[in-house]
Design a protein around this ligand. Structure first.
Ligand code: GLY
Length: 378
């Protein structure tokens, strides 16, 4: 085997986009994944909603999220040109709706945080919200309209990324990576499940919540990821009379309408380890919460129920950049923002791989932040 410049372990949205962007910058790249284009990236709902999903205490992550949202239109235009396939990007805008007065208080809090960060969301009364989305429940007590929060159909994005990789010369190995070969200073290769060795001086670990399952690495080089389960429901409605035009969220649920009448309702956030079961409790709560803001969902056909595993990090922000070993680059821990953070992650990691320098934007997200804190307590 000839040694590629880079081996990317993991062929989800993050791994594929890094592989494509790195190959486009002249590197020879091999992606190792048993079934690329699947995993959490396939199961995601594809919300691109940094402003609606803003949380207190996560302003730094918000800046990264927003930067990636801003990259999306250009990223998609290039992806569609290179792959010759639609990537499923849709500028819908998003409405946050409160089902009652208490929830409207919570929305007010979000609205103030958004304004404090210099954003310009629109605060709506219940009837103003219903004027925009007539299918909203009569009890909806208020809303926030964010014109700049959009969506992408991740099930279109992934095939387009796969095709773009192939057309840019990325090699694929349809196996699981078992181990990383390294000494105390640097990495030397990837060992596959069947024992084959791919020699390389540069490895990107983008294996989602499985990113700390590679043998051979010292403990401090393992990114501290854990699976955070999310369950979703897919519904099908009439394409000619869409129930909803914008993305919609309540306090504990979101509804993402596709242009062909499909709707995705998501998602639970559960600490259950590597469990992919779909539970009656989750389906019940998702449907109840969606029904309370959008009663018409009960008339639609359920086409799929599914669970996926987000890669969570200890502070819910991604781990991006060089690890303790030379040549070991981490790109995981994207948690609830993997699809959103795909363009900025790909650009930043491709930049790091080609120039040896981490762009300033990802510096706060160095994987070393967790290594340092471990040293401080020991
Ligand atoms: N970004 C939505 C979710 O992870 O459920």
């Amino acid at each position: 085997l000839t040694a590629p410049d880079v081996v990317v372990v993991g062929g989800g949205a993050i791994g594929l986009a890094i592989a494509w962007k790195s190959a486009a910058r002249g590197l020879s790249v091999t992606v190792v994944d048993e079934s690329p284009g699947q995993g959490a990236s396939w199961i995601a709902a594809g919300l691109l909603a940094p402003i609606t999903e803003l949380h207190h205490g996560e302003e730094e992550l918000f800046r990264l999220n927003l930067a990636s949202a801003e990259l999306y239109p250009g990223f998609v235009a290039e992806l569609e040109e290179v792959s010759g396939m639609p990537a499923g990007y849709l500028a819908t805008g998003m409405l946050a709706a409160a089902r009652d007065r208490d929830e409207n208080e919570a929305l007010e809090d979000l609205f103030r945080l958004q304004e404090r960060l210099g954003l310009e969301p629109q605060r709506l009364t219940g009837s103003e919200a219903r004027r925009l989305e007539p299918a909203l429940a009569p009890g909806v007590a208020g809303g926030i309209l964010v014109e700049g929060d959009h969506q992408i159909d991740n099930r279109a994005l992934l095939p387009a990324l796969l095709e773009a990789c192939k057309r840019t010369g990325v090699d694929f190995v349809a196996q699981r990576a078992r181990a990383i070969e390294c000494d105390a200073e640097s990495v030397h290769g990837v060992i596959l499940q069947d024992g084959t060795r791919i020699p390389t001086g540069s490895i990107v670990v983008a294996a989602g919540c499985w990113s700390n399952h590679l043998e051979g690495l010292p403990d401090e080089a393992q990114p501290p990821v854990r699976p955070v389960k999310g369950q979703l429901i897919h519904l099908r409605g009439p394409a000619d009379h869409p129930l909803l035009r914008r993305n919609l969220r309540g306090l504990d649920v979101y509804v993402v309408p596709r242009p062909d009448g499909r709707l995705v309702i998501g998602a639970t956030v559960e600490e259950m380890g590597f469990d992919l079961s779909v539970t009656a409790q989750a389906i019940f709560s998702l449907l109840r919460d969606a029904y309370e803001i959008l009663p018409g969902v009960l008339e639609l056909e359920i086409t799929e129920t599914i669970a996926g595993l987000r890669p969570g990090s200890p502070d819910n922000a991604p781990m991006l950049g060089e690890s303790v070993l030379k040549g070991l680059v981490i790109a995981t821990g994207h948690y609830r923002n993997g699809i959103l953070l795909t363009p900025v992650t790909a650009a930043a990691i491709a930049e790091l791989l080609t120039t040896g320098k981490s762009p300033a934007l990802i510096e706060p997200f160095t994987p070393l932040r967790f290594v340092r804190s471990t040293e401080a307590v020991s």
